[in-house]
Design a protein around this ligand. Structure first.
Ligand code: NAD
Length: 484
């Protein structure tokens, strides 16, 4: 199956922070892959803008080097690489100063789609929005793309929303959560709303509980200062896991359009109960073969920041009353794996007798690695010897199902950056969604601070603190393996 490429309108894309890690490792390689796929029109260019005093040629060399590392197969095509680099330009610019904006303006074309990607530290988001407006760079076709973190708490998120809203309409603001650009996440909506099979069972009558795991094997090297102020709750739970929960729990939107989808997600967040303290486990990794312990890594021997959090959430509405959602995420865990497990209830009565054991269906949606969906079903164990039951997976790995040209599934940023150019906000967070997520998160963090809560240590390379197992065990349940 060959994927369809829908060309986009001519555009100018300015990447503030174009020399930084995210731009070089993710955004520019994503744009290059889309270029190679033929999605770019002739009239399109990228302008890097950052503090470094590069000439355009020196910047192109830096970009070429990054593309060789992060889009290796495409960059082996020297013609494609050179043609792409001709579309790349650079302006040295300090977001905190009013000089150089005229030079940037001179490189832009009035009637094209114009996108400004804020790939700089969050303290600069407001400044950039103000200066774009002040220097008259915002046209009706202008969009701004705002990276995470979007605020540190409800108050700062509200303040940032207010600054952005002074200069841009909500329809021009693209708040990125790159999880929403992952193929499997979009597939989750296709599976739920494109099939008759699942939706009738998608409720508390048939679903026992839901598990969402985002496990990382890496630590926090290179981001120590930011992470120690944020922790797993702010860095992962408030945004990525919350978004996954929304897509699993939301009602079918009337259509696949930005506000219809985001209205339904917002209703889920607003229906979340406050989380009881005994339904949360925080952890902090100890030293292990893969490196130093958390406190040594951040250089703060008394840090009480969590690198792991597991919790039990409840969506209080008709569909989900009584069905818990167990969410967990952490660093330095045994494996890198993001998976959603929808755990169906046992069959109400076993006609095969007590010896047949208990069997329940599990729908596993794997985000990484090996994106795909598995449905565990119960069948008869082959062979004579009575009616013995066994669970087997109906496995659909997307790479296998879609053919060899999809072995290298598109990176989330490919989809998201092109959606910005197309003007499609469906996979971006709306301001009220972000605020609602903080409104749910803030009391949890405030509770830890008020109680002087200290995270439980866990071994690097393990599945996390033992208390997270207890969280499930108390409810008569257990986590599925981190990599099922
Ligand atoms: P980085 O430190 O590697 O790069 C920052 C960039 O901003 C550099 O190009 C730098 O020159 C530029 N910059 C700094 N101060 C500036 C100023 N005053 N004026 C103009 N440019 C300035 O950071 P990064 O890792 O690329 O992260 C960028 C943003 O993306 C951050 O908000 C971060 O939270 C977010 N983000 C990064 C990642 C990642 O994997 N790196 C993932 C998710 C979100």
């Amino acid at each position: 199956m060959v994927s369809r490429v829908i060309p986009v309108d001519p555009f100018d894309l300015v990447i503030f922070g174009g020399t930084g890690d995210l731009a070089q490792r993710k955004i520019l390689p994503a744009l290059f892959r889309r270029f190679c796929a033929g999605q770019w029109p002739d009239d399109a260019q990228i302008i890097g803008a950052a503090r470094a005093e590069y000439t355009p040629d020196a910047f192109r060399e830096v970009v070429a080097e990054s593309l060789r590392s992060h889009a290796p197969s495409q960059s082996r095509n020297a013609d494609a690489l050179n043609t792409f680099l001709q579309r790349v330009d650079y302006v040295p610019l300090d977001a905190l100063s009013d000089t150089a904006w005229g030079r940037l303006a001179a490189k832009l074309t009035d009637d094209r789609v114009r996108a400004f990607y804020f790939s700089v530290g969050p303290q600069l988001f407001g400044q950039l929005a103000e200066r774009i407006k002040h220097h008259d760079l915002a046209t009706p076709k202008t969009r701004i793309v705002v990276e995470k973190p979007f605020g540190h708490d409800l108050e700062s998120a509200r303040a940032l929303n207010a600054i952005l809203a002074e200069h841009f309409s909500e329809g021009q603001i693209y708040r990125i959560d790159h999880y929403l650009g992952k193929e499997t996440v979009q597939n989750l909506m296709a599976v739920r709303f494109g099939n008759m099979l699942f939706e009738p069972l998608w409720n508390s009558q048939y679903v026992d509980h839901i598990q969402i795991t985002v496990a990382e094997s890496v630590g926090i090297d290179g981001r120590e200062e930011y992470y120690d102020r944020a922790g797993a709750m702010r860095d992962m739970m408030q945004n990525h896991l919350m978004q996954l929960l929304c897509l699993i729990a939301m009602e079918p939107p009337a259509k696949f359009d930005p506000d219809a989808v985001r209205d339904e997600k917002l209703k889920v967040i607003r229906a979340l109960d406050p989380v009881e303290p005994h339904h949360i486990v925080r952890g902090q990794f100890d030293a292990g073969p893969s490196g130093a312990g958390y406190r040594d890594t951040v250089g703060n021997p008394r840090s009480t920041t969590e690198s792991y959090v597991a919790l039990r959430a409840h969506v209080s509405n008709w569909r989900w009353a009584g069905t818990p959602f167990y969410l967990r995420t952490g660093k330095r865990l045994i494996e890198r794996s993001s998976v959603i497990n929808v755990m169906f209830k046992d069959a109400p009565h076993s006609i095969f007798g007590a010896d047949a054991g208990r069997h329940a269906n599990v729908l596993s949606i794997r985000l990484q690695p090996n994106e795909g969906i598995t449905l565990k079903v119960t069948i008869k164990e082959p062979g004579p010897g009575g009616m013995r039951l066994v669970d087997v997976p109906l496995d659909m790995s997307f790479a296998e199902a879609l053919g060899s040209e999809n072995q290298d599934p598109p990176d989330a940023y490919e989809r998201l950056v092109m959606d910005v150019i197309r003007g499609n906000q469906t996979l971006f967070m709306r301001g009220d969604e972000v605020e609602a997520a903080w409104a749910w998160t803030d009391p949890i963090i405030a509770g830890w601070q008020a109680r002087g809560d200290v995270p439980k240590p866990y071994d690097s390379g393990s599945t996390g603190p033992g208390d997270a197992e207890l969280l499930m065990k108390r409810d008569g349940r257990r986590w599925q393996g981190i990599n099922p």
